[in-house]
Write a protein that binds this ligand. Structure first.
Ligand code: IFM
Length: 820
């Protein structure tokens, strides 16, 4: 460990050195109000729309030594005079005796001790509210008494995050501050752009009395514009702040909150509040949280939410790093991606043309739905409402307005390529996953409108959810190219391979195949035999087509250009093999057993590295407009031969389908960020969540992680670990048990809560196999087959013995292929 460690009992990661290689962040609140908080207390907050309702000015591109968005000072008067302390390390950067940033479940607690003053601050957003609370406790560890003032500071952004940087006269001319008395002791310092003065405004307030405040950065820093955050002259002087209500300028909020005299050993508490609300609501919220019992109760509600969320799947295996991720950090990341999509992180700043992606959110639903099925269903409804009447989908939507667009494909409007060929297909798997988890069959009959921007929402055509799914499959069936493989459109999952004209995509073929498998299962469950039969036929047709045209000898090709050239083929000097064509051919049930293992062996031989599996290789080494955005990256970066983590769990899943548990687990472990905790200077990003990508071995910085938190990696690694490695996955008729684990594991346990019942599943592996279930008992009774029927509530004990004599494998890839 270098910068911190996992505290599994408290379900936290503890950062012990604030000088992490890059900022390490956590999420608080939700897209409705919330954002990211870093390990030095900086926060990027927004409400509803990160591009158009930004609250704090957090500029990730500035050096890590700057404070960003929010910070805290203490002004301490002791026997040696006035001292300034920054308990969050930045901006003063003084050496600490103790520093602990506890990265918790939707909260961050920063504890620091410096020069005999201990500060503990817990930062969180009460569920469903539009205010960030900073619960601050200061303890005097010195022998002598001290006088302490606490000074929370926020630097505001203009609500339009892009304008903030684009117009340096208009923005400051419009920014206003105003002091709003709450009662005789309390005030809220408001901040708003002039044009919004009658709407929701930002405010900074506190549970303690405010002795003075500042709203203008220049006055606070002093020094005629050359003061610094390290030594703001207005604070260092020891005098009260100016109490200036700015009518233009660079707005900040700074409150001086006197805690009075702290005797040796004494502790005082004050809560700072940073919120956004209509003026007449501010008083209610501030008054509420002036009562510290309300603060404690809000924190407990948050803890209860997370206990319930995480209790749906808890495991105990021989690998503590696996357990830490599966029990806490991975489901937390799944929940955050389901909420934030790719809208706001240190790397994706929600500005301009990035909304919630159809494909991204569909996949996020699959990872987040077991812990939060209600939120997952809401998101599914939104996604279905941006599916078009023809079955294809808009690429993304903006949740504040529910307007949708086609993302980068808008550029190709005139060339008739407005569609990403994969988007609509993801919803099939997402809805089926939701149905398997919840058994909510009524959802299939719910009517949801299709997206047509030319019509008002009330005038749009609608269809049942089942019809939406059928239309999605039908669109792909009807839109194939010269090889009988589905059209690529502007792009498929790999956003940045953009081939002109009627290029075809093996990924879309496989995603279609998986969608068909899901619909076959669903129709069988519903007794829709004719439809099931039709989809079996469609699956068989596409399977045959893929195997006829896309097998390249040792692996499947990835694309066909309009001219019929195969990409991802042995004949290509660059981009000769792509991981996804191999893993997905197996997941779709298209690859016959021999080709499946050959294709996955090729991935291992050509693309595997100690830090993960590369997306493709070798990397393209110059820009080629005919191939698209992928060639704008140097070899080894991102989609161009980088280790794009999202595609790694697909290989794990495919390996489990072949019963190769040792390999699946090796692939799991090599990208497990918890395992990078000891070589973290190379990895750089947070060890408690998955990054989107790691630089590949063609890049000089091989092993460096980038773009942490908001990635489909979260959902798919969680699914790979829980449903395929541990092999406990919801089916329509019961809980399927089909573990595929390292042969060295002799035992593991899972507690799965689903549909109102709880199953404690104890798995013994006396023969050291990877896959195969020899026997199952439920509450002492032997079970035939590998599906535990859903029980009507209660707690149940499931005992499983793994062994060669398998009857747990219910959807083996070759069986399905044979059925096709
Ligand atoms: O699949 C995409 C995703 O939608 C956005 N980030 C990159 C991925 C791979 O290109």
């Amino acid at each position: 460990m270098k910068y911190g460690y996992f505290d599994n009992d408290r379900r936290e990661y503890v950062i012990t050195d604030p000088r992490t290689p890059v900022k390490w962040v956590n999420y608080i609140g939700s897209l409705a109000f919330g954002g990211i908080v870093d390990q030095t207390g900086g926060s990027l907050l927004c409400a509803g729309d990160p591009g158009l309702n930004r609250i704090t000015k957090y500029i990730p591109q500035l050096p890590a030594s700057d404070f960003k968005g929010t910070t805290l000072y203490l002004r301490v008067r002791g026997k040696d005079g006035v001292e300034l302390i920054s308990p969050f390390f930045t901006p003063r950067l003084d050496a600490f005796d103790l520093y602990e940033c506890r990265v918790g479940l939707s909260y961050q607690t920063i504890v620091s001790e410096i020069r005999g003053i201990r500060t503990e601050v817990t930062i969180f957003v009460p569920t469903g509210e539009s205010v960030e609370l900073r619960d601050i406790r200061v303890t005097n560890l010195r022998d002598d008494e001290v006088d302490v003032e606490v000074v929370p500071v926020v630097e505001y952004s203009h609500f339009d995050a892009l304008k903030q940087f684009a117009n340096a006269d208009w923005v400051p001319q419009t920014m206003m501050s105003e002091a709003l008395p709450i009662d005789a002791d309390h005030l809220a310092l408001l901040q708003y752009p002039f044009l919004r003065k009658d709407g929701a405004v930002n405010y900074l307030s506190a549970s303690g009395a405010v002795s003075s405040f500042e709203s203008d950065r220049k006055i606070f820093l002093g020094g005629n514009e050359y003061g610094t955050w390290r030594e703001p002259l207005a604070l260092a002087s020891g005098h009260p702040l100016s109490c200036y209500e700015a009518r233009r300028g660079d707005n900040i909020g700074a409150l001086v909150l006197p805690l009075g005299t702290l005797q040796s050993g004494a502790e005082e508490r004050v809560v700072a509040m940073l919120g956004q609300a209509e003026r007449d609501e501010i008083r209610t919220t501030v008054t509420k949280y002036c009562n510290h019992h309300e603060v404690d109760a809000a924190f407990e509600r948050l803890a209860d939410f997370w206990s319930a969320n995480l209790s749906v799947f808890e495991c105990r295996t021989p690998d503590p790093d696996f357990d830490a991720m599966v029990n806490v950090h991975n489901p937390r990341q799944c929940y955050m991606t389901m909420n934030w999509s790719r809208y706001l992180s240190l790397y994706q700043l929600g500005i301009g043309t990035r909304g919630l992606g159809f494909r991204d959110s569909s996949q996020d639903v699959m990872g987040g739905l077991s812990g939060a099925p209600g939120e997952a269903k809401e998101l599914l409804r939104k996604l279905l409402s941006i599916q078009k009447p023809d079955g294809s989908a808009m690429h993304q939507f903006y949740p504040a307005t529910m307007e949708a667009d086609c993302g980068d494909a808008e550029e190709e409007k005139d060339n008739g390529k407005l569609v990403y060929g994969d988007d609509h297909l993801w919803i099939v798997s997402a809805v089926c996953a939701y149905l398997k988890e919840t058994g909510d069959r009524d959802f299939l009959d719910e009517k949801i409108t299709y997206y047509d921007a030319s019509l008002s929402i009330d005038g749009r055509p609608d269809g049942t959810v089942m019809e939406h799914l059928c239309k999605a499959l039908a669109w792909t069936k009807e839109n194939v190219g010269d090889h009988g493989i589905p059209l690529l459109g502007f792009a498929d999952w790999n956003d940045c391979v953009n081939l002109p004209g009627k290029a075809e995509s093996m990924f879309n073929a496989c995603l279609y195949g998986l969608g068909l498998r899901e619909m076959i299962e669903l129709c069988e469950h519903l007794g829709h035999d004719d439809l099931a039969e039709r989809y079996r036929g469609d699956h068989a047709d596409m399977r045959q087509q893929v195997n006829e045209v896309a097998w390249d000898g040792d692996w499947y090709v990835r694309y066909f250009t309009e001219q019929g050239e195969a990409l991802g083929s042995r004949n290509n000097a660059h981009g000769a093999i792509y991981t996804n064509a191999q893993s997905w051919a197996v997941m779709a049930g298209f690859a016959p057993e021999e080709r499946a293992s050959r294709a996955l062996d090729s991935v291992r031989e050509k693309l595997n590295t100690p830090f993960g599996i590369k997306l493709s290789g070798p990397g393209y080494n110059q820009y080629d407009p005919e191939i698209g955005g992928v060639t704008t990256y140097p070899p080894g970066a991102k989609e161009n031969g980088g280790i794009f983590l999202h595609s790694n769990p697909w290989v794990m899943i495919a390996e489990t389908m072949l019963g190769r548990g040792d390999r699946a687990f090796e692939y799991y472990s090599q990208i497990n960020p918890a395992k990078r905790n000891d070589d973290i200077d190379l990895f750089e990003v947070e060890p408690y969540c998955y990054p989107q990508n790691i630089l590949g071995d063609e890049h000089p910085q091989f092993g460096l992680g980038r773009n942490s938190w908001l990635s489909g990696t979260a959902s798919w690694t969680y699914q790979a670990a829980t449903k395929f490695i541990l092999g406990i996955r919801p089916g329509h008729d019961g809980l399927v048990v089909d573990p595929c684990v390292p042969s060295s594991w002799d035992r593991f346990e899972v507690t799965r809560r689903i549909r109102g019942a709880s199953y404690r599943i104890v798995v013994e592996n006396p023969q050291g196999v990877s896959r195969g279930v020899a026997s199952i008992t439920v509450d002492g009774k032997a079970l035939d087959g590998g599906v535990i029927p859903y029980c009507d509530g209660g707690e149940h004990l499931v005992e499983i013995t793994m062994g060669e004599e398998s009857h747990g494998v219910v959807e083996d890839v070759t069986e399905l292929a044979a059925a096709g």
